[in-house]
Design a protein around this ligand. Structure first.
Ligand SMILES: [Zn+2]
Length: 286
């Protein structure tokens, strides 16, 4: 991919204001247990990070809330990259949807952060929260993508961001709320319906990839696809299909537990969006 760093206006950098101690202020016995286990597992004394207690600074401010962040040049490049992908894909959706499109941002965090959708942890991967309309991302996920799922390359990472933005588009178009209505009317199809929502987000990521696949774009400061990029995205889609993830972790496949679709389905819909370049091609609910 070819891309140019921008002004980071598509990013809300909360890396220095998130972390394992985020929720310490309201820590119940369950939270305390989690910290004890974490301390045991990692050898780091998380309890001491809570502060001495009684009269001191509020515990929530003792860990990672300074707003400063220790980062490497590689990580800063990733921040620029995510910003560039978001900027380009948001411009693309504005072109496609006109006034129906409302811009959003990526909230970067580390380890854990509160959101309108609850307390988010890196372990659950990147996600979109319809409650506050933000995309949440811990940059460490890209490392996970490379190491655990063998999906490397900048377009593999861009696909992850574009998929989450696809959920934002679904929210703006009312697709997700219609899906939840369907789910409450047909509880037995809850899982099948959420798979369709996920596959549509894959297709929407492909719609953006289609727009980037034009020579001369990078000269205008836009993202431009290069040879081999789509294959990286397709490999990533195949790598993070539910059947593959389940097989890796349990050795078995349970179709009733699929929430993102199989590797084949994800590849198919990403490709369909890429080939057609219009959201009309993404009718996963029909
Ligand atoms: Zn998703």
């Amino acid at each position: 991919m070819r891309w140019t760093p921008g002004d980071r206006s598509n990013i809300e950098d909360l890396r220095g204001r998130s972390g394992v101690g985020m929720k310490a202020g309201g820590l119940g016995i369950g939270g305390l247990l989690v910290l004890l286990i974490l301390s045991w597992a990692t050898g780091v004394d998380f309890l001491s990070l809570l502060g001495g207690g009684g009269g001191g600074a509020a515990p929530t401010e003792t860990v990672g809330t300074s707003g400063t962040v220790a980062s490497s040049p590689e990580e800063e490049k990733l921040v620029d990259f995510v910003d560039a992908v978001m900027a380009d894909s948001q411009m693309t959706w504005r072109d496609l949807l006109g006034d129906r499109y409302q811009p959003t941002r990526v909230r970067l965090f580390r380890e854990a952060i509160p959101s309108a959708c609850g307390f988010a942890q890196s372990a659950s991967g990147p996600f979109y929260c319809p409650g506050d309309h933000y995309v949440y991302l811990d940059l460490g996920f890209f490392e996970e993508l490379r190491r655990r799922f063998g999906a490397s390359g900048d377009f593999a990472e861009a696909y992850v961001v574009a998929h989450e933005l696809g959920h934002h588009v679904q929210s703006l178009l009312g697709i997700d709320s219609r899906m939840r209505q369907l789910q409450s009317r047909n509880p037995s199809e809850t899982n099948e319906l959420s798979v369709r929502l996920e596959l549509q987000a894959d297709c929407f990521a492909g719609v953006w990839a289609h727009a980037t696949n034009k020579a001369g774009r990078s000269a205008q400061g836009r993202v431009e696809l290069e040879a081999g990029d789509l294959e990286e995205g397709l490999r990533a889609a195949a790598a993070i299909g539910d059947d593959r993830i389940q097989r890796m972790s349990t050795g078995h496949v349970f179709p009733d537990k699929f929430t993102h679709g199989t590797s084949d389905q994800r590849v198919t819909w990403l490709r369909r969006g890429f080939e057609n370049g219009t959201p009309d091609a993404c009718q996963t609910f029909q």
